[in-house]
Design a protein around this ligand. Structure first.
Ligand code: F6P
Length: 365
């Protein structure tokens, strides 16, 4: 029987299981079996001490409940590559062990559901090796992937953030306070902007646009002058301010393989707001944004990508990343996406303009 493999890699999110289930059902219909590789590339790698770690997916495993369930039934890994290199293996050895694992499993194609780190790795792996036949499904709550309006997981993370901000709003209102809510998103402000607008925030600070702390304080003052005696400020985790700087990505000139952890800007801002004489608290939403019941849009997008990935493999089309824009599936060369910079907010984005038109302070734009 012909055989396709699938794995999830990088930070998890909602919708991953919808991709796996969609791929399973389509593979079955086309006469393929689908092998689920556990723990991302860590599970695919073949080396002297270890064989690939995988499970044959079945109807019993891939039931409808997968549509709802966040996370990945196949588990995910973010640190394997860096820990292997730290343990003295060369990057080339690590890459070879991945190709060896693929060969060992006798795969006719691999569906990799991942973020920008794994996309770069796959691009390197396939650059001088046409044995590895890959279709890539973009997932990330950060939504910073070019060519697609949405990556799998983003829309659920916005839903979760909106629900949390609504809970925070009721206490902000009762206590006539300012609440600063720090959301994830790495170097892009998509979660902050979308969740901020959808929850009626007064201030939305994103890494793309500089802002003036005085104008944030003015906005709070304005709210109180207008008898709206509270204020909601949504801030994206990678925003910097005054003397608040995040850790360096490079240490002694060496770029880190794993990402740095952003945290603390919410707390910092709340302290600055208190210093200006306002009652203020901060909340960091953190990893709750990666869970929650998968929203309908992510179930649909994940299923669509899973099915389409199998269609591509069965047609012999590889080295592609799936995208969805203007209501259509698009198929883009992995190389093209890797060559482009990550997607970030632009001043003329429709939702940036919308926030501004609503009177939300979104920075100096
Ligand atoms: O890239 C997804 C993401 O959730 C970011 O928004 C966040 O900065 C990061 O991952 C957190 O990663 P970790 O799980 O390693 O703390």
């Amino acid at each position: 029987m012909k055989r396709i493999g699938t794995l999830t890699t990088g930070g998890d999110c909602s919708g991953l299981n919808s991709v796996i289930r969609g791929a399973f059902l389509r593979a079955k219909a086309l006469g393929y079996s689908l092998v689920g590789i556990r723990r991302g590339f860590r599970g695919l790698a073949l080396n002297e001490t270890k064989q690939p770690d995988y499970v044959e997916l079945t109807d019993a495993i891939c039931g409808e409940s997968m549509l709802i369930q966040s996370g990945s039934i196949l588990l995910s890994d973010t640190k394997w590559m860096s820990s292997e290199v730290e343990n003295g293996r060369t990057v080339e050895d690590v890459k070879k062990s991945i190709i060896d694992g693929y060969r060992y499993l006798g795969l006719d194609g691999l569906i990799c559901v991942g973020g920008d780190g794994s996309l770069k790795l796959l691009n390197e792996l396939t650059a001088d090796n046409d044995e590895l036949k890959v279709v890539f499904v973009p997932k990330t709550i950060d939504n910073d992937v070019n060519y697609t309006d949405y990556a799998v997981g983003f829309q659920t993370s916005v839903k979760v953030a909106v629900e949390a901000i609504e809970n925070i709003r009721s206490t902000a209102r009762s206590h006539e306070r300012t609440m600063v809510v720090e959301v994830m998103g790495r170097d892009a402000g998509f979660i902050a902007l979308y969740a901020g607008i959808a929850s009626g925030a007064d201030v939305i600070l994103v890494p793309e646009f500089k802002y003036d702390l005085k104008r944030v304080q003015n906005k709070i003052r304005e709210n109180f002058q207008n008898n709206k005696n509270y204020c909601i400020i949504v801030v994206a985790e990678s925003v910097e301010a005054g003397d608040f700087k995040h850790a360096e990505r490079e240490v002694n000139g060496v770029v880190k393989y794993t990402h740095i952890s952003y945290k603390g800007i919410g707390h910092y801002l709340a302290e600055k707001i208190k210093e200006a004489g306002f009652d203020c608290r901060s909340v960091t939403l953190g990893h709750i944004q990666r869970g929650g019941e998968t929203c309908i849009s992510d179930r649909l997008l994940g299923t669509l990508f899973g099915v389409e990935a199998v269609n591509l493999i069965s047609n012999g089309t590889f080295g592609k990343i799936l995208a969805f824009s203007e209501n259509r599936i698009r198929i883009v060369n992995i190389r093209e996406v890797v060559g482009s910079v990550n997607k970030v907010l632009q001043k003329d984005d429709k939702y940036v303009r919308l926030a501004r038109d609503l009177g939300v302070y979104v920075g100096e734009i």
